[in-house]
Design a protein around this ligand. Structure first.
Ligand SMILES: Cc1cc2nc3c(=O)[nH]c(=O)nc-3n(C[C@H](O)[C@H](O)[C@H](O)COP(=O)(O)O)c2cc1C
Length: 166
């Protein structure tokens, strides 16, 4: 699939916000991901407002690029009991990859911002959004129109030494 080949982590974006419909397409892609025992433990915050992006960039360690991005999706694990709690992180990762591929399909750049297991980032995000329930921030995804027009390009990572065909 073309999108799998040309997806790249993009960290520098044009000063252009994502539209509401682009943001919704990306969230929909996340929600189509597989989920352990179909527990569907995730919650999304999707942002395309410059002032919010700038504030988050300032407050959340490692999220600096978000200030100039066209959008940000933060995936949370909902603060509820889940049937497969040890697999909520994998659920969030599956949703993330779906969003990265949908972004590539839309000609957008994207970057996975690690957040799970990083209390400084998680606390900063939780404090900023002041959600009624304390959902756990899992992954951030910076999104936007790549400044470098050739950013989305194929880098062949196939390594025959790392596979055994039987
Ligand atoms: C779990 C995970 C966490 C990541 N966290 C960050 C991050 O916090 N900041 C960042 O700039 N890139 C982050 N990345 C992106 C990787 O650096 C990137 O995927 C890697 O360098 C390979 O480049 P590519 O995505 O262009 O193929 C993360 C990727 C993964 C899978």
């Amino acid at each position: 699939m073309k999108e799998i080949k040309i997806r790249r982590s993009v960290r520098v974006f044009e000063d252009k916000l994502l539209s509401d419909s682009e943001l919704e397409k990306l969230v929909r892609a996340g929600m189509q991901a597989p989920s352990a025992r179909n527990q569907q433990p995730l919650y999304y915050i999707a942002i395309n407002k410059r002032e919010v992006l700038k504030e988050i960039a300032e407050k959340v360690p490692g999220y600096k690029m978000v200030g100039e991005a066209g959008g940000l999706i933060i995936i949370f694990v909902r603060n509820e009991e889940h049937v497969a709690p040890k697999q909520t992180e994998q659920d969030a990762s599956a949703a993330t990859e779906n969003i990265l591929l949908e972004a590539t399909h839309l000609g957008l750049g994207s970057c996975w911002l690690s957040t799970f297991h990083n209390p400084a980032k998680q606390d900063a995000i939780s404090e900023y959004f002041n959600l009624p329930e304390k959902h756990l921030p899992a992954v951030g995804i910076a999104l936007g129109y790549p400044k470098d027009k050739d950013a989305l390009k194929f880098i062949d990572r196939y390594n025959k030494d790392l596979v055994k065909y039987i």
